[in-house]
Structure formats: structure tokens, C-alpha cells
Design a protein around this ligand. Structure first.
Ligand code: HEC
Ligand code: HEC
Length: 358
């Protein structure tokens, strides 16, 4: 072989090796989308939370039992003997909480972007915060919930287990979980905690995190970066019902969005077969009734009921949670009102996309 060919061969070989090395390095060093955020933080030396269960130690049987509890009210829906001891006769957790990601950007709690997101992903639009990523939070029942539940909330603010028990007894109007059930629920919630792919990280940031994981340096900075990508609590601002004079009765509303709110929120509880006695439907009469009461401060006024909710009574346990500003904005109430008006008059609106069938 002459030298020229030899050299060309050598260069090509070196080029290929370099290419392989760089591509290999990129793949290896960027933090993986499938990694659990809690594990990345733990590896970077962040203090692990009270409720921490390593995702390597998740027990798939417990995860399934926890999932069943949240969705059906008992750990094994095929076991009839458990039915007697259902967590609540009135509700399951998923009447008020989603169990999937519901905000496109986890660092912002915004009901507008959430409504679009849940409609696209065929989920509900509910008064409670999603339980997806609840183990990534450090505070529960925040801000104005203290006003509603007072001292009851104090032990639930910094401990997830206490928050769950409070909700099991007070929100669900049921019984507290026993130790095995709580363990199962914590395994389930850990399994639905944030992964790297849920955060809005740029490729450069993923590289930055990946490098820190390898080197073990610069950690405080990297931990801060990761935590800036999600809220560690769900903000909650209570609203007073708007005064009758300040209501625009849907004049400025968007009927399509109103329809989404009606179907993905109100109807999930108030439809035939839902958890309430008081029924709502797509009948013109239901809309006429809501329209009729909307210029009052009575219980059937959507402006009042959404902001105040209802309370459990001794003889009748189901109640309606109030919607905070972060779960339903005043503009969204106007959208709902617009839809109610349209339906009360004509009784039809074009079918919109993304309406799930529950
Ligand atoms: C009738 C409605 C309702 C039911 C049923 C319900 N919850 Fe809640 N829950 C709420 C509301 C409202 C809050 C207030 C805070 C929030 O979620 O934004 C809340 C708060 C929570 C929180 C704290 C969330 C946070 O980020 O602050 C947890 C955890 C929780 N519930 C778990 C459960 C579990 C587990 C069940 C089933 C055993 C359940 N809930 C059933 C309405 C409900
Ligand atoms: C998590 C379940 C849930 C959701 C979501 C919900 N409600 Fe309710 N609502 C209830 C419960 C429970 C009551 C208590 C009365 C009953 O059970 O019939 C109630 C009561 C009401 C009442 C008063 C009825 C009465 O007899 O006192 C109105 C009006 C109402 N809801 C409208 C709405 C509207 C409008 C929406 C959507 C913005 C909505 N609800 C969303 C559960 C819910």
C-alpha cells in the first residue's frame, strides 16, 4: 500500500473513532428523560423528602393496590369482601383529582393552559390538584386552604401522609387509611412522580445535569435549576363570588371553552350516575335553570356555587369543593356562562374535539 492510501485510511479510521466517541459521550452524559426527578436530586446530594421511597425499591403489587385505592376505593376491586370496607361511600379520589400530568409547564399553575391541556389529553378539569407529582411537592393544602380547614390543615401542610389522611376523611367523607393502604398509596404516588421528560429542560440543561451527575460537582446550582422547573406546592387563592352588578353574564365569554368546562368539570360529578343528587345534563332545561339563577346569590347560581362550594351535612355527606382562582378563573366562569346562555337559547353547539366520554 502506498503512503497516501495508508494515510487516507488512517485519517478515515480516526475520524470514525472520534465520531463514535462523541456520539457515545452525548448519549451517556445527558440526563435521561426516563429518569425519576427524585432520584436525580438524591444523586446530586439533595436532602431526600420525608415520604421518599427509592424508585428502585418500588413494589409493583403495592403500586397496583395504591392505584386501585385511588381509583376504586379499595386495594383489590375483584375481592368482594373488601367492598364493605370501601374507603368512602360517597367519593373516590379521582372524582376530584387527576392522576396524570395536567399542566404543560409544571412551574406555573394556570387554569387556561390546563384546560387546553386536559381537553387535548382527554382528562377531567377538577377542583383538586392532580396527584401526579404529589410526592415531588414539599407542602400540601396551601395558602387559603388554611382558611377553610383551619387547624386541621396544620399537620397536613408539611407531611404528605397527613395530607392524604385529611383528604380521605374530610374531602372524601370516608375513613382514614390503615397502614398497609397508606404504604400502598405511597408506592403508587412515587410511581407517578415527575420524570425528567415532564420538566421543560433544554438539551443544554440536560447536558449540564448529566455532567454534574458524573462529576458530582456544582450540585447546589444544578439542584436549583431542576427545582426551578416545577412548583413544590399547589397555589390556592379563594375567591368571593362576583357581585351581581360586576357579572357580565357571558358577554365576554368563549362558548367553546365554556363547553369544555361544563363537560370536563361540572358533568363529571353532576351527570346521571355521577356522585351527586343534583343532576345536570345537556338538556336545554338544565341550561335554562342555570341561566335563571345566575343573576342571584342563591345556591344554583354558577357564580356563587363555584366560589363557595357546599358543605357536608350530617344527613347528607357529599359536598362540592369550591374552585380556587388557580383551578377556575373569573374569565373561565364567563366562558361557562356564555355556553349556558347559548344552550339555553338554541340548545345546540357544534361538537368540539377532545371531549372524552367518561
Ligand atoms: C370531593 C373532592 C375530593 C375528594 C373525593 C378527594 N380530594 Fe383530595 N383534595 C380535594 C381538594 C379540593 C383539595 C385541596 C387542595 C388541592 O388539591 O389543590 C385536596 C387536596 C389533596 C391533597 C393535597 C394536594 C396539594 O397539592 O395540596 C392530597 C395529597 C389529596 N387531596 C389526596 C386525596 C386522596 C388520596 C383522596 C382519596 C382517598 C382524595 N384526595 C379525595 C378534594 C378532594
Ligand atoms: C367533585 C364533584 C363536583 C364537581 C366537579 C362539581 N360539583 Fe356541583 N356539587 C357537587 C356536590 C356533591 C353538590 C351537593 C349537592 C348534591 O350532591 O346534589 C353540588 C352542588 C351543586 C349545586 C347546588 C345544588 C343543590 O342542590 O344545592 C350546583 C348549582 C352545582 N353543584 C353546580 C356545579 C357546576 C356549575 C359545576 C361546574 C363548574 C359543578 N357543580 C362541579 C359536586 C360537584
Amino acid at each position: 500500500m502506498n503512503t497516501k492510501i495508508k494515510l487516507a485510511f488512517l485519517f478515515t479510521a480516526m475520524f470514525i473513532i472520534a465520531l463514535v466517541i462523541t456520539s457515545f459521550q452525548e448519549k451517556e452524559t445527558k440526563v435521561k428523560d426516563s429518569e425519576y426527578v427524585q432520584e436525580v436530586l438524591a444523586q446530586l446530594g439533595d436532602k431526600v423528602p420525608l415520604n421518599y421511597i427509592s424508585t428502585n425499591k418500588l413494589d409493583s403489587v403495592k403500586v397496583k393496590q395504591g392505584e386501585n385505592l385511588v381509583h376504586f376505593g379499595f386495594t383489590d376491586p375483584t375481592n368482594k369482601s373488601l367492598f364493605e370496607n370501601k374507603q368512602s361511600k360517597h367519593f373516590v379520589c379521582t372524582d376530584c383529582h387527576n392522576t396524570q400530568k395536567e399542566d404543560p409547564d409544571l412551574s406555573i399553575s394556570n387554569p387556561d393552559t390546563r384546560l387546553t391541556y386536559v381537553a387535548e389529553n382527554k382528562m377531567k378539569f377538577l377542583p383538586g390538584t392532580t396527584l401526579f407529582g404529589t410526592t415531588n411537592k414539599s407542602h400540601w393544602y396551601n395558602e387559603d386552604y388554611l382558611k377553610k380547614y383551619g387547624d386541621l390543615v396544620v399537620p397536613a401542610r408539611d407531611t404528605l401522609q397527613n395530607a392524604i389522611q385529611l383528604c380521605a376523611v374530610v374531602c372524601s367523607q370516608g375513613r382514614a387509611l390503615d397502614e398497609t393502604e397508606m404504604e400502598a398509596m405511597m408506592h403508587y404516588f412515587t410511581s407517578i412522580s415527575y420524570k425528567v421528560r415532564d420538566l421543560k429542560l433544554t438539551e443544554v440543561e440536560k447536558q449540564f445535569i448529566g455532567n454534574a451527575l458524573i462529576k458530582g460537582t456544582n450540585n447546589t446550582e444544578v439542584i436549583k435549576l431542576i427545582k426551578s422547573k416545577y412548583l413544590d406546592f399547589s397555589p390556592a387563592t379563594f375567591m368571593k363570588p362576583q357581585s351581581v352588578e360586576n357579572r357580565s353574564f357571558g358577554k365576554e365569554g368563549n362558548a367553546q371553552k365554556g363547553k369544555q368546562i361544563y363537560e370536563l368539570s361540572c358533568l363529571t360529578c353532576h351527570k346521571e350516575g355521577g356522585v351527586t343528587n343534583y343532576k345536570l345534563s345537556d338538556e336545554q332545561l338544565a341550561f335554562k335553570h342555570l341561566k335563571y339563577w345566575s343573576n342571584t346569590h342563591k345556591v344554583f347560581s354558577v357564580y356563587d356555587i363555584t366560589r363557595k362550594g357546599t358543605y357536608s351535612k350530617n344527613g347528607y355527606k357529599p359536598y362540592m369543593p369550591n374552585y380556587t382562582k388557580e383551578r377556575l378563573s373569573d374569565q373561565q366562569l364567563e366562558d361557562l356562562m356564555k355556553y349556558i346562555n347559548v344552550m339555553a337559547e338554541k340548545g345546540t353547539i357544534q361538537k368540539i374535539t377532545g371531549t372524552p366520554s367518561f
